[in-house]
Ligand binder design. Structure first.
Ligand SMILES: [Zn+2]
Length: 187
């Protein structure tokens, strides 16, 4: 799933609109698992000048990046973090880990060859899904459209429930999805 979608979905599912104090940790938890991917991409693309093709087929496949990215998408680690945070009674931290957990859960059914090892460090298992959120060989176009519509629907639901600044964010996410879909799946 695309990173901005995680932010919108997690905010609604975890009630960030109803408890503003939790909104920031929820948003950070929703985005953080994908930050290493963004850092990798920006560095390889704009500092080293590599093509997209080489970034995904070579740089992304290095063990350092794979371990970091897959580790950030670990279901047991985020669950453990959430349980510890709850036991300590630290609500923002629990919201953060719940958001990381939801992010990993949402990615689980939508990756094919790029599936993450969601059970690190306990298992190297990767679920190879029959559908992808981006790869046209695995219904990527339909899945991406479904994801975009879901995020649009959730954004519309959140709209009257959040303050003005957050609405600007929701509008930006919607525009981003439209542009990304247009660029990813040329007619
Ligand atoms: Zn992710």
């Amino acid at each position: 799933m695309q990173t901005p979608g995680h932010a919108v979905l997690n905010l609604a599912l975890l009630g960030g609109h109803a408890s503003p104090a939790l909104a920031v940790p929820i948003l950070v938890g929703a985005v953080l698992p994908d930050v290493p991917i963004a850092v990798l991409y920006l560095r390889e693309r704009y500092v080293r000048g590599l093509s997209d093709e080489r970034i995904w087929s070579e740089s992304y496949q290095r063990p350092f990046w794979l371990n970091l990215i897959h580790g950030a998408h670990s279901l047991p680690l985020s669950l453990l973090g959430g349980v510890v945070a709850l036991a300590l009674g630290v609500a923002p931290l629990a919201a953060f880990f719940a958001s990381v957990f939801l992010h990993a859960l949402a990615d689980f059914p939508l990756h094919v060859h790029d599936a993450h090892r969601h059970f690190l460090p306990f298992s190297q298992y990767r679920f190879i899904s029959p559908i992808s959120y981006w790869d046209v060989r695995y219904h990527g176009r339909a899945v991406a459209l479904g994801e975009a519509l879901l995020v649009l629907g959730v954004s519309a639901w959140l709209w009257p429930r959040v303050p003005g600044a957050a609405r600007a964010g929701l509008a930006a996410v919607t525009v981003w999805y439209a542009i990304n879909y247009w660029k990813s799946f040329p007619r």
